[in-house]
Design a binder for this molecule. Structure first.
Ligand code: ZN
Length: 267
């Protein structure tokens, strides 16, 4: 009996995988997405409200303006490209918003609903528009490539979280909420709790540079930015603990620069 049950479970799992295959914009990589963008958007909206209730907007006008300007430039450029090239489904459920918040944390993130939050602490390192664009392009790429949904889907099926969830008696929406919390953290821990996989990080680096390039920013500052933070030099800074920079990462970034350059305006 148990055998039959596990076969049925395996079979239904396979069906789920077949029917929920998506493709990452631009790279065309196949991915498994078990959650709807609507679910991700509504959970992101809740998380955003929670974060903003624990912090306040920065009073630094110049830096706030810089974060907004870079955000608008990058998202407008990538939206135009995606709409023109048949990837507009990647934009579903995303409404871009940019915030710089008062906090010494060296961190920045983008939620799956398009809410991009920079902390004042990271502005000491991203002190030019091009450097803001390195971090912002990377974070926008995570959102557009649906990395959060993919990660929650993997966790639901095979991860430790999946096992705990299978044993957990609760509604489907409660389970989805738990997975979201694991992927993105909540409150002050948001964006710090769990880093993305290396595969997602490298893909976000590559797509982030492409997005930067589309908006006409200088992608050549990227290797220097990551080098400065490599091999533990990022120390306890939140962003670099979830984005470890080593020789492999920097080599990969250098390798994709020529490809990213072909997306520059006028190329
Ligand atoms: Zn990342």
């Amino acid at each position: 009996m148990k055998n039959i049950l596990s076969r049925i479970m395996l079979f239904s799992t396979l069906i789920i995988i077949v029917i929920s295959c998506g493709k990452v914009m631009i790279t065309g990589r196949n991915q498994m997405l078990l959650f709807s963008q609507g679910e991700l958007t509504s959970l992101s909206n809740q998380a955003y409200t929670e974060i903003m209730s624990t912090t306040s907007p920065s009073t630094n006008r110049a830096q706030t303006a810089m974060v907004n300007k870079v955000g608008e430039d990058l998202t407008q450029a990538v939206e135009k490209y995606l709409k023109k090239n048949g990837w507009e489904s990647s934009l579903e459920g995303i409404t871009w918003k940019y915030d710089l918040v008062k906090s010494d944390q060296v961190n920045a993130f983008c939620l799956p609903n398009g809410n991009i939050v920079f902390y004042e602490g990271i502005m000491k390192i991203t002190n030019t528009p091009d450097l803001v664009a390195v971090v912002m392009g990377h974070e926008i790429a995570h959102a557009l490539a649906k990395h959060g949904n993919e990660r929650m889907s993997q966790e639901a099926l095979v991860g430790v979280a999946g096992q705990a969830l299978a044993a957990y008696v609760g509604s489907e929406s409660q389970k989805t909420q738990m997975l979201f919390g694991l992927a993105f953290g909540v409150g002050s821990q948001l964006g710090v709790l769990l880093p993305y996989s290396r595969k997602h990080e490298y893909e976000a680096d590559r797509l982030g540079l492409i997005i930067m390039s589309m908006a006409g920013y200088d992608i050549n500052v990227a290797p220097g930015f990551w080098e400065k933070m490599s091999d533990g030099k990022g120390g306890t800074m939140e962003f670099f603990s979830t984005h470890p920079s080593d020789a492999n990462r920097i080599a990969q970034i250098k390798k994709v620069l020529p490809e990213a350059a072909t997306y520059a305006p006028g190329k």
